[in-house]
Design a protein around this ligand. Structure first.
Ligand code: FPP
Length: 234
């Protein structure tokens, strides 16, 4: 067990998670893959609660459904949408009680109407909260985010600059990602928040997402606090 005060000399302001390995977690236990996603959603809830114990972490971005995940079987897609609905619906009160802000990143217009409405309503209702911001990426792709931002800037008649793009990313006004964590052993960024991770520290772990708990987070934070970040300087 790490002693937070003693071991962490610095904290990320913005962390991002590629929550990978739900199906492998289920397969390893002889369970249906859907149960892997269900456990993944449960882990996400617990994880957000854990994050609220680290006030230094102001923004957390989670990859829940990519623009490429539409290639999966319809039944799995529907299941993930149902989980997302349950997650946001159950968690709405907590977002309010804990002063958390909810942001849905990505194009929601392809989702079932009920889910779209819930995501938009929750964003609206929590937009003035000042605690942890939870960015949930659904139908999200990093390239798509950049193109979406560029179109907004172009339509406004402004010049396309890094600052103008930044202000129009789905995650705005969150700053760049300090720490990206990917679970389950794959070492790639899979079209997640490409613009925002220009200088992210990256932490890979073999642990499958459903097993990612506070102890695992502390290991990642400990590793982060040892990194020497130079941002291209000396
Ligand atoms: C990656 O594991 C996980 C996903 C593509 C879905 C993420 C979904 C959740 C964490 C639960 C749903 C929660 C919400 C709020 C929508 P994988 O399916 O690629 O597993 P594998 O790498 O073992 O095949």
């Amino acid at each position: 067990m790490f002693n937070k005060k003693k071991k962490f000399s610095t904290f990320p302001t913005h962390i991002a998670l590629i929550m990978d390995g739900n199906r492998r977690w289920a397969r390893g236990r002889g369970l249906n893959k859907m149960l892997g996603h269900k456990q993944g959603a449960f882990t996400l809830k617990k994880f957000i609660e854990t994050l609220t114990q680290y006030p230094e972490i102001r923004y957390a971005s989670f990859f829940a459904f990519s623009t490429e995940n539409w290639k999966r079987e319809q039944s799995e897609i529907d299941y993930i949408f149902d989980l997302c609905y349950e997650f946001v619906n159950e968690y709405k009160a907590d977002f309010e009680n804990k002063n958390m802000k909810f942001v849905s990143m990505g194009d929601v217009t392809k989702f079932p109407q009920k889910l779209q409405e819930l995501l938009i309503k929750t964003m609206e209702e929590t937009k003035n909260n000042t605690g942890l911001t939870v960015n949930l990426a659904m139908n999200y792709g990093g390239r798509d985010d950049i193109v979406h931002a560029a179109n907004i800037v172009a339509k406004s008649g402004q010049e396309i600059t890094i600052e103008n793009l930044k202000e129009n990313l789905y995650s705005a006004p969150a700053p760049d990602i300090d720490l990206l964590i990917r679970t389950s052993g794959e070492m790639r960024v899979s079209n997640f928040m490409l613009f925002q991770m220009a200088y992210s520290e990256i932490y890979f772990t073999k642990t499958h997402w459903p097993d990612f708990d506070k102890g695992e987070l502390d290991k990642a934070l400990f590793e982060f606090s040892k990194r020497n970040r130079r941002f291209g300087g000396k």
